[in-house]
Design a protein around this ligand. Structure first.
Ligand code: NI
Length: 472
């Protein structure tokens, strides 16, 4: 068994278009076997021949269901539906990028014995297929990534006893990252199970579910400030308390428990957007930059000294849900880095500038209703800030409908008279309805009338001809 060296970063072979394999012989098979060895030793899920310096069209992939050897692979079809997720590459170690890929692809190739095979991949397999086939054309994931973060692979938190406190999805990457870095998480504190849905079934928080899957001890007190709860936490004698969107005010007695620090992950560039709803508010305000801040917790919410900050750009069409997911992963990385640096005594500590602070409150009733008198950009920001929950709302005649997706358009090219009322539908085509706003025009792409499935604006309007001429 042999292994190859993996070429990285600026190696020219990574940028060449690889040549097709003409004949599958012993030598090709030996190369494929050595590629698989190399990939496994590096803990990868896919490897393309150019990555080991062989400019030929062949890849190996194993996402956990056994290896595929693919020679001269071609994408035959791919779903229109895409998903954006973090991915990395053995040739670009130490980094992760957010890449949009089709959810399903079908690839035709020859296998190790030269027989034609078709591989239908979904999710991670589809992503691996696209990623590896890109390598054959000299394309790297960094060319496609919407954002890239550096990962500190060497972070080790091994031997540090921790209490983790968090509740929603946002906290999951942080919990997982600490486990991965070897932290000794003695207790996971989360909100109690709450009744959910029409049947009011008690549901655990996402953090509780994942903690139990990871075999961690879970504590879900009604009140973290009760003497019993504090006593329970005290018994852990934690080195660190790590907090990510826990959802209760943490009392001073708890903040003082850890030997090193009580650190909080906050998804904004503090002191801006303190409070309970920072991500939605940033998108709603049309911010172009966001980030995460790790603070040393103090009794005043989100006002503690800053330990570490990382920033990212917000995409012009990025939704609240998409940005929050990105910040959750970035926050997890920052948290692990912060804990390691506090432990080593190299961490920074900068007080927040109170004069620059701002507050991000939860949505108030009525804020979800679109004001068509507003500028197009403001309406676009509201729609993406309220996706995937709770959805921006408007009316068409008497019918209430949510608007899930809009697009900014240049207002030249659409003529309307000055007395055209904002909300008026100027034009309907296959992809959108063009609507006049207070300033400019906007494309409405996807809507969802009450009690129905999401549909294109066209499908919605065609079925309702004559009922109204405008939204709002
Ligand atoms: Ni790669």
């Amino acid at each position: 068994m042999s292994q190859f060296e993996i070429y990285t970063f600026d190696a020219p072979v990574l940028r060449k278009k690889a040549r097709p394999v003409r004949r599958i012989n012993k030598r090709i098979r030996a190369q494929l076997d050595a590629m698989l060895e190399t990939m496994r030793a590096a803990n990868g899920v896919g490897l393309a021949a150019p990555q080991v310096g062989i400019s030929k069209r062949m890849v190996v992939i194993d996402v956990g269901e056994g290896p595929y050897f693919l020679i001269n692979p071609e994408i035959v079809s791919q779903s229109e539906e895409t998903e954006t997720m973090w991915e990395g590459c053995l040739s670009w170690p130490g980094y992760l990028g957010q890449v949009e890929r089709p959810v399903r692809v079908c690839v035709k190739a020859l296998d190790r014995d030269g027989r034609e095979i078709w591989v239908e991949g979904e999710g991670l397999l589809a992503r691996a297929l696209c990623h590896e086939l890109d390598h054959l054309d000299g394309v790297l994931f960094i060319d496609r990534a919407k954002s890239i973060i550096e990962i500190e692979e060497e972070i080790s938190l091994s031997g540090l006893t921790c209490i983790f406190m968090g509740s929603p999805e946002f906290a999951l990457p942080s919990l997982e990252r600490l486990v991965e870095a070897g932290a000794d998480i003695r207790l996971v504190v989360t909100q109690p199970d709450r009744p959910y849905g029409r049947k009011q079934v008690l549901m655990p928080t996402p953090v509780k579910q994942r903690a139990l899957e990871l075999g961690l001890e879970v504590f879900a007190p009604e009140k973290i400030s009760s003497p019993d709860a504090i006593e329970r936490l005290k018994r852990v004698e934690p080195d660190f308390i790590a907090v990510a969107a826990y959802g209760q005010k943490i009392p001073a007695q708890v903040l003082q428990l850890p030997k090193y620090a009580c650190l909080n992950v906050h998804p904004s560039i503090l002191p801006k957007y303190r409070g309970g709803n920072p991500v939605q508010r940033q998108v709603m305000a049309g911010e172009q930059k966001s980030g995460v801040t790790i603070i040393y917790m103090s009794e005043r919410m989100d006002a503690g000294d800053i330990c570490l900050q990382k920033t990212v750009d917000i995409g012009p069409n990025e939704t609240y849900g998409e940005l929050e997911q990105r910040l959750a992963v970035l926050g997890a990385e920052a948290l692990a880095e912060a804990m390691a640096s506090v432990y080593e005594g190299t961490a920074g500590r900068t007080p927040q500038n109170e004069e620059e602070s701002s507050y991000a409150p939860h949505l108030k009733p009525g804020e979800e209703i679109i004001d068509w008198e507003a500028p197009a950009e403001q309406i676009h920001n509201l729609v993406r800030a309220l996706s995937p929950v709770p959805g921006a709302v408007t009316f068409f005649g008497a019918e209430r409908t949510k608007i899930w997706k809009t697009k900014l358009l240049p207002s030249e090219g659409f003529s309307f008279s000055d007395d055209t009322v904002p909300g008026t539908i100027l034009k309907i085509d296959d992809t959108m309805a063009v609507v006049r706003c207070g300033q400019g025009v906007i494309g409405v792409l996807e809507v969802q009338p009450a009690g129905k499935n999401p549909m294109t604006a066209r499908a919605f309007l065609v079925g309702r001809q004559g009922k109204a001429e405008k939204f709002g």
